[in-house]
Design a protein around this ligand. Structure first.
Ligand code: FES
Ligand code: MG
Length: 586
């Protein structure tokens, strides 16, 4: 079947021969001929997310060669271009601010250049949602190619996983069990090869979710970056995108409400990152799909944890891949009737068809549905006078934490704590070990000014560590609460993503150190126990100040971003969908 591609409007347009001449000539300087560009073959973009400052995605510099091979073999013409880099660990003030920037940049490229379809090269946390969001806004055929996790990290005969090893290491450092050198050695051991985080942090989560949505080939997300299957997957992905271009299969036909509900289910079953919350909502909104805040509890909360991967479980990415990866987890969910799998995917088959025969071969890694690692592993949604929406990742709540806080006889699931309030992470670091705060097991650590507008960009700071003195006594976690995020690799039972944030006058702006916070998991509430008159008085004091913007993008980000419960999207961008349908003018 031949169809006229949008690139032909540039390269094969007799009505504008002067412009066509101009469009054609410069591609020749790296050896493409006018005949190729006028042959009616689809131009396939490769959105290159790898670079020296995006090390998690750097494998894509290599994989792109195999993607090109696949595209050429299937009769397309590849054109690779850079995505704005996003590197979770290194970007200050936070990588979150770059999701919307990379999104916006990719939209402009896909709309304004002669590209008919695109391979989205994903890896580090926000590189996946940024590109899926852009693919929806533009709505040209698109496919996700994950870069894959690093190999499993090992040290002293034990698995050491990305991020998880850091959180554990810093507790051991505070307890005086290890020195700085050992801490750095642990960090190095957790990162043994090319690839993204090898735990079920935000990177593995978002790649799994892209696969669950139906945006990548079956089994794509879990293949470790250095494995030979990764290069083979790159080749097959390159071949497949050409077919998607020919058939004009666009994200709008794949990213349905059913797909997003399945993503919520899969996220719970894999013990996925809390960051998935705003990214799933953002991807859905850009796809024009309505997700309700209730959907998290209704579809996600009762889903059991089936995957034994850090931070909720024991193992790392290599074993996940060998156990069958995302299709094996979804196979369990499918058998249990939890998926809406009669929906299209980029493979050209339905999700149900993709999952056939994918039962796991490793039952310690991926448990049978009726023998889960934990029941009710989905996010718990809370609301109250501190915020309208916040989540808690129940799959990481330890038995000790449960016993200490959630098991008071006759009051199961209810606890009250004394608030210790910090304005941003600088304040936290300056004062956490201050003895005059009298922090003990009955305290909840509260951080504010860490949301999309306050930080700016919403920082991964809510998993605050208890004071050193408490850690030395064996208290590994205190309850925490905040309007920021936390790393997907954290095992902290935090109440996070609280929205609206303090900086826009959310309830957190009015809490004070010493207030009692009451959390009731039965009712789904979290409140400061402060009477109305006092609350009214505090409101006259205003909201805690936030630092000024340091760059133009920070200012623009703050002016356009929404709150976390609506995905922290650029609000004005959500109005644009399917923009490729209207050609940009010459
Ligand atoms: Fe990039 Fe974890 S820091 S994947
Ligand atoms: Mg992270």
């Amino acid at each position: 079947m031949t169809r006229r591609y949008r690139s032909q409007d540039w390269f094969d347009n007799p009505d504008h021969i002067d412009m066509t001449a101009l469009y054609l000539e410069r591609f020749m300087n790296y050896g493409i001929t006018p005949d190729e560009l006028r042959s009616g073959k689809p131009i396939i973009g490769i959105a290159q997310s790898g670079s020296d400052i995006s090390p998690c995605n750097r494998i894509h510099l290599e994989l792109a060669k195999r993607v090109r091979d696949g595209i050429r073999d299937a009769g397309g013409i590849p054109m690779e271009f850079p995505l704005h880099p996003i590197f979770e660990n290194c970007r200050r003030p936070t990588a979150a601010i770059d999701r919307n920037l990379a999104y916006m940049g990719l939209v402009e490229i896909l709309h304004g250049y002669p590209i008919d379809a695109v391979v989205l090269t994903t890896g580090c946390d926000k590189t996946t949602p940024a590109q899926v969001m852009a693919a929806s806004t533009v709505d040209i055929p698109a496919i996700v190619l994950s870069g894959g996790p690093m190999l499993d990290g090992w040290l002293d005969g034990e698995l050491v996983g990305s991020g998880a090893a850091i959180w554990k290491g810093r507790r051991r450092l505070a307890a005086g069990e290890i020195d700085n050198e050992k801490f750095l050695q642990i960090a190095a051991a957790s990162a043994p090869s090319a690839g993204h985080c090898n735990t079920m942090g935000t990177a593995s989560t978002m790649n799994a979710i892209a696969e669950a949505l139906g945006m990548s080939l079956t089994g794509c997300s879990a293949i470790p970056a250095p494995y030979r299957e990764r290069g083979q997957m790159a080749y097959e992905t390159g071949r497949r995108i050409v077919e998607l271009a020919r058939q004009d299969i666009k994200p709008s036909s794949i990213l349905s409400r059913e797909a997003f509900l399945d993503a919520i289910v899969v996220n719970a079953a894999i013990g996925g990152s809390t960051n998935a919350q705003q990214h799933i909502i953002a991807m859905a909104r850009h796809a024009g799909v309505e997700l309700r805040l209730e959907d998290w509890m209704e579809y996600g909360h009762d889903v059991p944890l089936l995957l034994n991967m850090q931070p909720s479980g024991k193992y790392l990415g290599e074993r996940f891949h060998r156990a069958g990866g995302v299709p094996a987890v979804m196979w369990e969910l499918e058998q249990a009737g939890l998926l809406r799998s009669a929906r299209p995917t980029v493979t050209g088959r339905t999700m149900a068809e993709n999952l056939q025969g994918h039962e796991s071969v490793d039952r310690e890694m991926i448990t049978p549905f009726d023998q889960p690692l934990k029941t009710q592993a989905g996010f718990f949604v809370l609301k109250g006078n501190l915020f309208d929406f916040a989540i808690m990742k129940t799959s990481v709540i330890s038995p000790e934490f449960r016993a200490r806080y959630l098991s008071h006889p006759g009051q199961e699931g209810i606890f009250e704590c004394r608030a210790i309030v910090f304005d941003g992470s600088g304040d936290y670091h300056a004062r956490i070990n201050d003895p005059s705060l009298n922090i003990d097991e009955d305290c909840i650590l509260v951080i504010r000014g860490a949301g999309p507008i306050g930080w700016p960009g919403s920082a991964e700071v809510v998993n605050m560590q208890p004071p050193d003195a408490l850690i030395k006594r064996g208290v590994k976690n205190l309850p925490t609460l905040g309007d920021g995020r936390q790393s997907g690799t954290s095992d902290s039972p935090s109440i996070l993503n609280a929205s609206p944030e303090s900086a826009v006058g959310g309830g957190l702006a009015y809490i004070r150190t010493g207030d009692t916070v009451r959390i009731d998991l039965n009712a789904g509430t979290c409140d400061m126990l402060v009477d109305d008159a006092e609350l009214a008085r505090r409101k006259t004091e205003g909201i805690p100040p936030v630092p000024p913007s340091q760059t133009p993008w920070q200012a623009l980000y703050r002016a356009t971003v929404g709150q976390m419960h609506t995905g922290a999207c650029m609000e004005l961008a959500v109005e644009y969908r399917g923009v490729a349908a209207v050609m940009p003018r010459h």
